[in-house]
Ligand binder design. Structure first.
Ligand code: PLP
Length: 367
């Protein structure tokens, strides 16, 4: 059996006809830049998230950078985020001129340790970016409470968590702004790059609309210097088709996770936990194992691909040596970086395949 970590081809086959029709429509209309489908998708995605506004951008990292800039964050400021995240969370902060200030993760949820945030706040702190890692919401109530106390902005990194919930509310709509990526492998993925900011704040929305489009309010009237970071019309048309399927696909991911949990009970690995405040959408199904690399090699020998999200924490990345953190700065993040392993997870994953993967875990190391 050959089981990939993700299978984007199976999903395309299931919706090919609708996708092809929508792409043809964009070609027919030739409205490639900020065309009709962009506006429609923004409305639909805002409504899906329970937010007033949505602004389509060219990637998740742009969504984060423009949100920070729209909130006035820049040179000399500090932005707090988790040490275990994808590089884009931190690099978006750096691109504004601000510095990332990192915090360790909670050992149960692998998300930002809310009890460690206050100790990281200095008088330069301007914002917190909680990351809803692997598809599970960070614990937002304490984050919002701390942000209010210190006058900080909250930007949610929901790039792995389309449709996930925190105490019954969709993520992305809870902070000042919520950022999404439509990288192809995400729960809602384009056929190329794309991103979105959702917000309930009209001022932030207006600012981001200008930031993504050369700082213009009307054509050729440039209020400030800004970027070309627009969401493509073809991608928006594709995403409109896929948004209708998102809940169904997330439910399939949840069913797959529950089957994994059941079958891996009493195995040598630690399975993920869904916090009582969260509705997890399992962008990734991440286990922990003591001999992680050996287990991964063993699974691969049986045709099972796995991933590591992420092998090197932000503070130990070469690019972030100038921040001055040392090995030992964040104990849980560093320990988990050696233990975490992402098993295959996608909506079309078959029960038979999950059974085979679980059986393989049980066979290790006693082949
Ligand atoms: C994917 C991802 C991003 C960045 O998204 P891009 O679209 O690749 O720029 C940011 N943060 C997290 C947590 C992600 O998983």
């Amino acid at each position: 059996m050959n089981i990939p970590l993700v299978d984007l081809k199976a999903q395309y086959r299931s919706i090919a006809e609708d996708i092809n029709t929508e792409i043809a429509e964009v070609l027919h209309n030739a409205d490639f830049v900020l065309g009709k489908a962009v506006g429609l998708f923004e409305k639909e995605f805002a409504s899906y998230c329970g937010a007033k506004f949505a602004i389509g951008v060219d990637s998740g990292v742009s969504a984060l950078e423009l949100s920070l800039r729209a909130c006035g964050i820049g040179s000399g400021d500090e932005v707090i985020t988790a040490a275990n995240t994808f590089i884009a969370t931190a690099s978006a902060i750096s691109f504004t001129g601000a510095n990332p200030v990192l915090v360790d993760i909670d050992p149960q949820t692998y998300n930002i340790d809310v009890f460690a945030i206050e100790a990281a706040i200095t008088n330069k702190a301007r914002a917190i970016i909680p990351v809803h890692l692997y598809g599970q919401s960070a614990d937002m109530d304490p984050v919002i409470r701390i942000a209010k106390k210190y006058g900080l902005v909250v930007i949610e990194d929901a790039c792995q968590a389309h449709g996930a919930q925190y105490r019954g509310r969709k993520v992305g709509s809870i902070g000042d702004a919520g950022c999404f990526s439509f990288y192809p492998a995400k729960n809602l993925g384009a056929y190329g790059d794309g991103g979105m900011v959702v917000t309930n704040d009209a001022e932030i929305a207006d600012k981001i609309r200008m930031l993504r489009n050369y700082g213009q309010k009307e054509k050729y009237h440039h209020i400030f210097l800004a970027y070309n970071k627009r969401l493509d019309t073809i991608q928006a048309a594709i995403l409109r088709v896929k948004l209708k399927k998102l809940d169904e696909w997330n439910e399939a991911r949840r069913r797959n996770a529950q089957l994994y949990n059941k079958l891996l009970k009493n195995s040598c690995v630690t399975t993920p936990i869904e916090a009582d405040f969260a509705k997890h959408v399992y962008h990734l199904y991440v286990i922990r194992a003591r001999d992680r690399d050996k287990l991964a090699a063993f699974l691969l020998s049986r045709g099972i691909s796995t991933g590591i999200h992420y092998p090197i924490p932000i503070h130990l990345q070469e690019a972030y040596m100038p921040l001055g953190y040392k090995s030992g700065s964040f104990a849980t993040t560093e320990k988990y970086a050696t233990e975490i392993l992402s098993l295959p997870m996608f909506p079309e994953l078959q029960e038979k395949q999950i059974e085979y993967i679980a059986e393989s875990v049980f066979r290790y190391p006693n082949t």
